[in-house]
Design a protein around this ligand. Structure first.
Ligand SMILES: [Zn+2]
Length: 271
């Protein structure tokens, strides 16, 4: 089983990928269960920018971080804008955005580091979380890849940024594609379909599928193909293959919940 949910001792569910060695990095995907936020953010909303009570988000973050063995005060987060900016974070950025969204790293959709004990967190509701780990050079990254970021190639660009910053060799790099909206639930417009067919000419029909004549986008496949094109080995890429829109009991879904909902988190920290 590539991806599985495990209940922590603190009654918080943590999504784990079997490919990622726990002796090198701690990682986890949160669910919406076990938090204190009220509807429509019930209950483990990890995002400060969606209109939820900041104190509730703080408590939720504390619970999720504690389940993974970290302090929420060291979380490093970003103001996610569906762009392609990738930032290398160091000890100086520990705690950025941990308490206030205004303090998060501005205009950034991928964070990478080689500093141990620095938890990187990005937040999602349907967009694709991609985790990257270079077990050789001990470097990690987390990527926010919605359709815009995926079309911009942010996951592949993060692999190249890790190569430049840390000496990461793509053939050593591990990747995980966490729960995100699946193709059957993700109908898109013809304009977006055309962008993806142009961005992925060799795999167009695998990434944009027709359901009753309407285009549907497969963000899992698009990111998988992008990581392969960046030089990752297929056996080093795990896909959770869990649709957030089909599983709103466990995850938040922007589309299924019509835009007003909380966010799950994808976190990774080097040991
Ligand atoms: Zn679905």
């Amino acid at each position: 089983m590539a991806f599985s949910l495990r209940m922590s001792e603190q009654n918080i569910w943590v999504g784990k990928f079997s490919l990622f060695p726990e002796d090198i990095a701690v990682h986890g995907i949160s669910t919406r269960l076990g938090g204190v936020s009220k509807p429509p953010f019930e209950s483990l909303n990890l995002a400060l920018h969606v209109g939820d009570e900041p104190a509730a988000v703080g408590e939720n973050r504390r619970r999720f971080c504690r389940a993974l063995g970290f302090s929420e005060e060291r979380l490093c987060t970003a103001e996610q804008v569906h762009g392609e900016r990738i930032v290398r974070v160091t000890e100086a950025e520990a705690g950025r955005g941990a308490r206030a969204y205004a303090d998060a790293i501005a205009g950034t959709d991928a964070l990478m580091t080689d500093v141990p004990g620095l938890p990187l967190l990005l937040c999602y509701a349907d967009c694709t979380p991609v985790l990257l780990l270079d077990p050789v050079h001990k470097a990690a990254a987390v990527v926010h890849a919605g359709w815009k970021g995926t079309a911009l190639g942010i996951a592949g660009k993060t692999v190249r940024a890790m190569e430049a910053a840390f000496g990461t060799r793509p053939e050593n790099c591990l990747a995980a594609i966490a729960p995100a909206i699946g193709a059957s639930c993700y109908e898109i417009g013809e304009d977006v379909a055309a962008k993806f067919q142009a961005a992925f000419p060799a795999f167009g029909e695998k990434i944009v599928r027709r359901v009753s004549g309407r285009p549907h986008l497969d963000l899992w496949q698009a990111n998988y193909r992008q990581l392969e094109a960046a030089g990752l080995l297929s056996r080093h890429i795990e896909i959770a293959a869990v649709c957030t829109a089909c599983n709103t009991g466990l995850f938040f879904s922007y589309r299924a919940e019509k835009g007003t909902t909380g966010r799950i988190g994808a976190m990774i920290a080097l040991k």
